[in-house]
Ligand binder design. Structure first.
Ligand code: CU
Length: 164
């Protein structure tokens, strides 16, 4: 019998189990709050111990009269150039949602800044690709995420068979 307490419990069960896995999206202030986006900083070092996942966000914080953020390809990144048509952000507080897996490259187009380190390369992973790129340290939360989704699906199926 589908009574309302059952539905409430169902929703509560789904919410309790699903919410933590949805909420794992992380916001990264590029360079950290104290540094932000500027030259003479090693963004490779900054990025190397971080695990960027699809759905996470990057926040570029900087003085917009001095800097900008170009999203470029790998070639442009190594050469510190901005290809025509490259996506540019210039608000000084740019929020970039990582929508797809793969390598992402960003640089500042102000003369000399990219050459002096104002460039960021990251590798974004999705759940399927996450365990492979880092053989030494695949974080457990990836598997917890899978497990939570599996368990919540099982509960949904179970409870919906009771509810009908
Ligand atoms: Cu700059």
């Amino acid at each position: 019998m589908a009574s309302s307490p059952n539905k409430f419990l169902l929703i509560l069960a789904i919410a309790t189990i699903l919410l933590p896995s949805i909420a794992v999206a992380t916001e990264y202030v590029v360079g950290g709050d104290a540094i932000g986006w500027k030259p003479n900083f090693n963004y490779t070092d900054w990025a190397k111990d971080k695990m960027f996942m699809v759905g996470d966000t990057l926040v570029f914080k900087y003085d917009p009269t001095k800097h900008d953020v170009y999203k470029v390809n790998g070639t442009a990144f190594s050469e510190c150039v901005t290809p025509p048509g490259a996506e540019v952000l210039k608000s000084g507080n740019d929020i970039v949602t990582l929508k797809s897996a793969g390598n992402k490259w960003y640089l500042c187009s102000t003369l000399g800044h990219c050459a002096n380190g104002q460039k960021l390369k990251i590798t974004v992973m999705d759940m399927m690709s996450a365990p492979q790129p880092s053989p030494n340290a695949a974080p457990p939360n990836v598997f917890v995420g899978f497990f939570q989704i599996f368990v919540s699906l099982a509960i949904v199926i179970l409870l919906s068979s009771y509810a009908t």
